[in-house]
Ligand binder design. Structure first.
Ligand code: NAD
Ligand code: MG
Length: 312
């Protein structure tokens, strides 16, 4: 961790107020003005500049997920990490999936979950492997002693200027991670989820407002919305609720692993009505709401958390 003026950079968010403090959303966080940077996929939060707030100090739990058991994919960094931290602070034990190269980020999140007094089960593995998707669910169930929340959050996003330049390998990988793995993991989880369980899928504002350089990614996000609404109806009679969260621009490692054109990074998120990119922990309350029993009549919904951009 780098020392800057005697303070550890990773602690930049230590002094923040929590999510329940009355405050102005415009100024809750400074405008993110990232320097142009590049990381190889999958990217690490520990290398990201500036650092993100995933809620270690700023998320306050209120006992809304006491004793729950959650599996979260892409849980080492960014949005998934913020959700894992919030779930733990709400009283849940969490199984975290991520790619083996992301072990340094996963260790950080595990430490935060354990300091919150909860269990973190680390389950690294590649979601493009069909067999791993099934094994992941079994390992999560064994590690947690059951399962009643599934957050399908892992995602691949690589910007490509033209369709002619979109390699078939990227096309297949993006669809496999973003939507096929979601089908496979959810299918494997169904035999374990009791009535009262919640499935939450991470989609995107790209589902309705596709960027011209994200054709493959945006298509998968539209598919996720559709999957959520169909499956929500199928599982409602069993007492299992399926919903989605659609983030707008959030500052995470996804953006510096070619998720955005490099030159777009310094202005990232500034065109939203709120005028700034979101911090990952600002998404966590949406997932907590959809996971907790308080949202018992909410099914097939996509909750938009995007700084004010009009969305269906
Ligand atoms: P992130 O890079 O922190 O998380 C993405 C995660 O996906 C990675 O940490 C990695 O663990 C996982 N992943 C990718 N390929 C994988 C594979 N083959 N096997 C297993 N895991 C794999 O970035 P994030 O922004 O937190 O992304 C989380 C989700 O949020 C993604 O679904 C993304 O599409 C969605 N999203 C992000 C934004 C944003 O602005 N950051 C906006 C809309 C939607
Ligand atoms: Mg990651």
């Amino acid at each position: 961790m780098t020392e800057t003026n005697g303070t550890r950079r990773d602690d930049a968010h230590q002094e923040r107020t929590d999510q329940l403090t009355f405050q102005n959303p415009v100024t809750r966080y400074p405008v993110v003005e990232p320097p142009i940077q590049d990381q190889p996929e999958p990217g690490l939060d520990v290398e990201l500049e500036p650092k993100t707030d995933r809620g270690e100090f700023s998320y306050r739990g209120t006992g809304r997920m006491e004793g729950r058991k959650a599996l979260i994919t892409g849980a080492d960094s960014g949005i998934g990490a913020a959700v894992a931290i919030a779930f733990a602070k709400e009283g849940a034990d969490v199984a975290l999936n991520y790619l083996p190269d992301e072990q340094p980020d996963a260790q950080v999140v595990k430490g935060i979950i354990e300091r919150a007094g909860r269990t973190a089960v680390l389950l690294p593995g590649d979601l493009t492997d069909k067999n791993f998707c099934e094994r992941l669910v079994e390992d999560a169930v064994n590690g947690l002693g059951g399962l009643d929340v599934l957050v399908n959050n892992a995602g691949k996003q690589i910007a490509v200027e033209s369709l002619e330049e979109l390699e078939d390998e990227q096309l297949v990988d993006t669809f496999t991670v973003n939507i096929l793995a979601m089908f496979r993991i959810t299918k494997a989880a169904l035999r374990h989820l009791p009535a009262g369980s919640s499935i939450i899928n991470t989609t995107s504002i790209q589902a309705y407002e596709p960027s011209p350089d994200l054709l493959d990614y945006a298509s998968t996000k539209a598919a996720i919305n559709n999957f959520t609404k169909g499956l929500g109806q199928q599982l409602a009679p069993k007492g299992i609720r399926v919903n989605a969260v659609a983030p707008g621009p959030f500052w995470t490692p996804l953006q510096v692993t070619s998720g955005q054109p490099k030159e777009a990074l310094p202005e990232f998120g500034q065109s939203t009505p709120l005028g700034r990119a979101g911090q990952p922990t600002e998404l966590a309350p949406a997932y907590v709401f959809l996971a907790s029993p308080e949202s018992s009549y909410v099914i097939g919904e996509t909750l938009n958390v995007n700084g004010g951009s009009p969305s269906p």
